[in-house]
Design a protein around this ligand. Structure first.
Ligand code: TXA
Ligand code: MG
Length: 312
């Protein structure tokens, strides 16, 4: 029997999510801080709420395989792994072009990390929203991942609505596996043991290099690098492309402005698309205006510093 109180609560929280708000919800691994993954502003609110100073690609939570298939390309091997869903397994797959996910949810990558959580309330919530939810663990940046609703409430001082699903069964984050053609690579050990996946499905899973494993590739220093070189905190020279912020100088070359009004939220929303666009014009160097290091500016600057880091 559906619990009528819970159903009303899920409808209320789903409406908030559809309106672009952030809501914490239970999964079998840890509580997630969820937002509509197709809404850039909603996803940026996750970063603001967590105080996370860095744009990691986030795990996109789906209600069912049909929803997941609208977001990524599933090879036969990926389909085989997906038979373990719902569960504590995240698959990194090639993104489907035009899948509608916000750039800030995938950190501008052409792959996407997907999972169907094994928790009745999570699945009901995502289905009620009717859109995939981006969700990192529901803790302020630098703190432990929460496994009860009470920990989430304490972490955010009651500022975030929480769907209470009791304590999480697994208590550790999902295992992340990237499907690379016929090869499987574990990027993060987690709730579902690698040996168990291998045994259940009759597959072999490699383990990513130590640094890559901790980081998942989204965090490697030069991972986000565009083809162009980057010069930060500067004005453009002739022959360069220019990424402006706020009042832009006169410049005849290719230019985008992250936010003419100097709004960091708008700048974060535009960041990945504009970097891709400027990279595509083929300039050897992209000069970037100074960005204030406050609020979302910290994550923007982290992203730009990674893009500017020496390439391996
Ligand atoms: O159990 C979990 O996985 C929890 C619950 C809430 O589902 N979620 C979670 O999400 O741990 P998050 O955002 O904290 O972890 C995301 C991880 C990061 O290590 C990130 O680098 C990796 O997933 N990741 C996301 N997209 C990726 C991609 N396209 N390629 C490689 N790694 C990716
Ligand atoms: Mg986390």
């Amino acid at each position: 029997m559906p619990d009528p109180g819970k159903t009303a609560e899920i409808d209320r929280l789903a409406a908030l999510l559809r309106a672009g708000e952030v809501v914490a919800f239970p999964t079998e691994t840890v509580y997630g801080l969820g937002a509509d993954a197709t809404d850039a502003d909603a996803v940026l609110s996750i970063y603001e709420t967590k105080g996370r100073p860095r744009f990691n690609p986030l795990i996109i939570h789906c209600a069912d395989l049909a929803m997941a298939e609208t977001l990524a390309e599933f090879s036969l091997l990926a389909r085989k792994l997906a038979t373990l869903w719902p569960g504590g397994l995240t698959l990194v797959l090639p993104a489907r072009p035009g899948n509608g996910l916000a750039d800030v949810a995938t950190a501008g990558l052409d792959s996407v990390a997907l999972r169907i959580p094994d928790h009745k309330l999570a699945l009901e919530l995502i289905a009620a929203v009717g859109r995939p939810l981006a969700a990192p663990s529901a803790n302020p940046s630098g703190r432990l991942s929460p496994t009860t609703a009470e920990q989430v409430r304490r972490g955010f001082g009651g500022r975030v609505p929480v769907l209470d699903g009791g304590p999480c069964r697994a208590g550790v984050e999902s295992t992340i596996i990237r499907v690379e053609g016929e090869r499987l690579v574990q990027l993060r050990a987690g709730a579902l043991a690698r040996a168990e996946i291998e045994r259940t499905l009759g597959v072999t899973i490699d383990v990513a290099e130590k640094d890559a494993a901790v980081a998942a590739p989204g965090m490697l220093a030069s991972h986000y690098a565009p083809n162009a070189l980057m010069r930060l905190n500067t004005a453009p020279r002739a022959g360069e492309a220019f990424l402006a912020f706020g009042t832009a100088p006169e410049f005849g070359g290719p230019m985008r402005n992250l936010s003419a009004s100097g709004d960091l939220h708008e700048a974060a929303r535009n960041l990945f698309a504009m970097l891709h666009e400027l990279d595509a014009v083929g300039a050897g160097t992209i000069a970037v205006a100074p960005i204030p290091n406050a609020g979302l500016g910290e994550a923007i600057n982290d992203r730009l510093e990674r893009a500017a880091a020496p390439r391996p």
